[in-house]
Ligand binder design. Structure first.
Ligand code: GCV
Length: 728
């Protein structure tokens, strides 16, 4: 055989043998659009016979057409329904705005109160035909509506009659990428950054479009592209052009780009001697920089700033306040309609006071001092995205300042890529927490959606878990956390269980024998992680800096409040951080009814006990157990629940594709091993203080404490080791 022909044959054979690149590898996320079967298929085919795009096309309406064709083509297992100028039969899907579509205008739908992003989906009659209408005041609302319509089919919901109307309760629904310009990601566990800065602005990876599409499908409308530990280089002209190229891709999906701004940029790239926010030259520099950005990106969202926190520069370097800093940037972007998201994640470099108190102490005196286009971005809890924290006391404490909730979607403290931890219940717990700021019913959700204090400027941010891994998020189940963030950002009052249910249906299968057990697993997974890592209100017990695995013994180093012993306060007497009047008194930062509840040992929930109280090892719990026994029981429960999750998953073999099934199985195996590691290491360490045996029937740690203390993992993803950095 001539060489050429042989090579051709070899390549052909290879192509046949290689599994299809688009097998169920997770790339399609929840937008898989696999064919519906049975009676439902007949009903859906009858309800989606043709598509009627608006008369006047726009980039966004073209995307709606493509998405409906792609979605319906896939779901109906046939050629995509044809696009026609007007309904010709039953089952027409008409979409558009009253401006883009004369047909929609003629229906005189009530689109009031839908705002910029809302939509309606209605069954209607038109020229004797039963049709479905997806209409909105603006194009992007139509896109959101189209994704909603497809979701109905994806989750096997009935289509007739449809009378749906939806508008987001929160205006800025933003992903914060902690992506560095060298493509590493701080606390990222899904490969490198998807932003390939080196090839931008010329090469536009198709992933950018798929990313925007996925965001739009859950209503996310903003993305901060760079790490809050920011490099000023992202503000230089070449990088702004790269940013503009991404903004062009994202725009038709309603996705606005933002930048994390390094406060000292005027010095680093502007040649100024100071970054003092009251200095006229500095103010002029930021104004000019903002003008430059808006020339390139007219719909640029604005800046996110981490200032005077963990070594980042900020206004306090010049004896100015956070308000001075935020307002200076706010003035620079205001003429263009931009906003500043100023982070409240601060704790002093010097102050020895309880770290949980410091953000409140710094920001409450500044209430009412921020410009209208500043939103304060507040983490869900007062420390740092722990498996469980009480809600942040700033929620409810700054009535004259809009506050946006910041949650972490990437699982820095919750098992990184491999642990199956569905964060919906964590987000929901925060959103539903009652601040009592205006009496009972003053939930964090109502602070965030602006309804409690009447703020029109509202926002929510999630630290992204997205990377270049084929499955985007480092594991199939981590996709659920991106999904639930978007869905709760749209409506923070939704139930995380309902969202899990729809995600499972879209991502895996509608088979009830699969959906129910998997939703059950997801719903118990967060509590399991709390149990095997930090039960009963413990927090920050992870290994130093990498946060991978247990490290309750971590002490010493540059700052006390980066150590585990600072937070667990274990000693011969007992365990826990006294934050009542006899301790740091952080509890008084909450409204009186909340503070009273947290202070009262009879009323505080067990799951926050050691957050607020230092209690003796033999303290009698509600259950009748001693505190020590209860701790051991919780650690063990966490491991047991993961074992249950593994068994549940094993019972589902054959119900989904083997590729994803196998990865989840292996990850659950890793999780069980690591849950046991967490339990055993924590028990071994705390037992050196409690000096008590384990309750009857509970197995002792597999190894001695020294074994756990000397485990060393220098190259954990998401963290760049410093030269000479030690493990623990
Ligand atoms: C971006 C924690 C993380 C840091 C992160 C910081 C923040 O401290 O460990 O990696 O830095 O939070 O939210 O700014």
């Amino acid at each position: 055989m001539p060489m050429r022909a042989f090579i051709r044959l070899a390549l052909l054979t290879l192509a046949v043998l290689r599994p299809a690149a688009h097998a169920e590898d997770g790339y399609d996320l929840w937008l898989r659009y696999r064919p519906v079967q049975g009676d439902l298929l007949t009903a859906y085919r009858a309800a989606a016979t043709e598509i009627v795009p608006p008369g006047t096309s726009s980039p966004t309406s073209a995307i709606v057409s493509t998405e409906l064709s792609r979605g319906l083509g896939g779901l109906l297992g046939s050629a995509a329904p044809p696009a026609v100028p007007a309904p010709t039969r039953d089952g027409s899907i008409v979409f558009g705005t009253p401006v883009s579509s004369p047909l929609i205008a003629r229906l005189h739908l009530n689109l009031k109160g839908l705002g910029d992003d809302g939509y309606v989906i209605r069954s209607a009659s038109f020229a004797g035909h039963h049709i479905t209408v997806i209409a909105a005041p603006h194009d992007v609302g139509v896109l959101y509506g189209a994704f909603h319509f497809l979701r109905l089919l994806q989750t096997h919901r009935p289509l007739e009659p449809l009378e749906l109307s939806s508008a987001p309760r929160i205006r800025h629904r933003v992903l914060d990428h902690w992506d560095n310009l060298d493509r590493t990601i701080e606390r990222g566990y899904a490969g490198e950054s998807i932003w390939d800065w080196q090839k931008l602005p010329d090469y536009l990876d198709p992933r950018y479009t798929d990313y925007a599409r996925a965001c739009a499908s859950v209503g996310i409308n903003g993305t901060v592209l760079n790490n809050v530990n920011a490099s000023a280089i992202s503000l230089t002209p070449p990088y702004l052009r790269k940013l503009a190229a991404l903004a062009d891709v994202f725009r038709p999906y309603g996705l606005h780009v933002y930048l994390s701004a390094r406060f000292s940029a005027p010095i680093e790239i502007g040649g100024l001697k100071t970054a003092d926010p009251l200095d006229p030259a500095v103010r002029a520099w930021w104004r000019a920089k903002s003008d430059e950005i808006y020339t390139l990106i007219p719909d640029f969202g604005g800046f996110l700033v981490k200032a005077n926190s963990e070594g980042q520069p900020g206004p306090q370097d010049y004896s100015r306040t956070h308000a001075d800093g935020a307002n200076m940037l706010a003035d620079a972007v205001a003429p263009h309609g931009g906003i500043v998201m100023w982070r409240a994640f601060v704790y002093s470099q010097e102050q020895p006071d309880d770290r949980a108190k410091q953000a409140y102490d710094e920001f409450v005196p500044l209430d009412g001092k921020f410009r209208d286009n500043v939103i304060l971005q507040v983490k869900n809890g007062p420390i740092d995205f722990q498996p469980r924290e009480p809600f942040h006391p700033l929620f409810g404490a700054m009535p004259r300042t809009p506050l946006m909730l910041e949650v972490q979607i990437t699982k820095e403290y919750l098992g990184m890529a491999t642990h199956l931890v569905y964060l919906g219940p964590l987000f929901e717990e925060t959103l539903r927490a009652d601040t009592y700021a205006r009496g009972k019913g003053s939930s964090v959700a109502k602070v965030t959606d602006g309804s409690l204090f009447g703020h029109p400027r509202t926002g929510i941010a999630g630290v992204a878990n997205i990377g270049s891994d084929r499955d985007w998020t480092g594991s199939h189940f981590n996709q659920a956390n991106w999904y639930v963030f978007g869905r709760l950002a749209w409506d923070p009052l939704q139930s995380s269980r309902d969202i899990a249910d729809e995600w499972v249906r879209m991502t895996f299968s509608n088979d009830p024998a699969f959906v129910a057990p998997v939703v059950g697993m997801m719903m118990s997974s967060r509590e399991a992680a709390v149990d095997y890592m930090t039960p009963l209100g413990l927090a920050h017990q992870m290994a130093r800096t990498t946060h991978y695995g247990p490290g309750p013994w971590v002490s010493g180093g540059p700052r006390a409040d980066w150590t585990s012993v600072y937070f667990n306060r274990a000693d011969a007497q007992g365990i826990g951080f006294d934050r009542t009047a006899t301790g740091s008194n952080a509890v008084v930062q909450y409204a009186p009814p909340v503070a009273a509840k947290f202070t009262d040992l009879k009323r505080i929930p067990d799951n926050l006990l050691l957050w607020f109280h230092h209690l003796p090892w033999d303290y009698k719990m509600r259950s009748g157990h001693t505190l020590w026994d209860e701790l051991v029981i919780h650690y063990s429960d966490g491991v047991r629940t993961v074992g249950d999750m593994r068994r549940t998953w094993a019972s589902l073999a054959g119900k989904i594709d083997s590729h994803r099934y196998a990865q989840v199985s292996t990850f659950l195996e890793i999780q069980e091993k690591e849950a046991r590691w967490w339990r055993d290491a924590s028990i071994a360490y705390f037992q050196t203080f409690s000096h008590q045996p384990l309750p009857a029937g509970f197995s002792p740690p597999e190894h001695d404490l020294h074994y756990y203390e000397t485990l060393c993992f220098p190259y954990v993803p998401g963290h760049s080791p410093l030269p000479g950095e030690k493990c623990q």
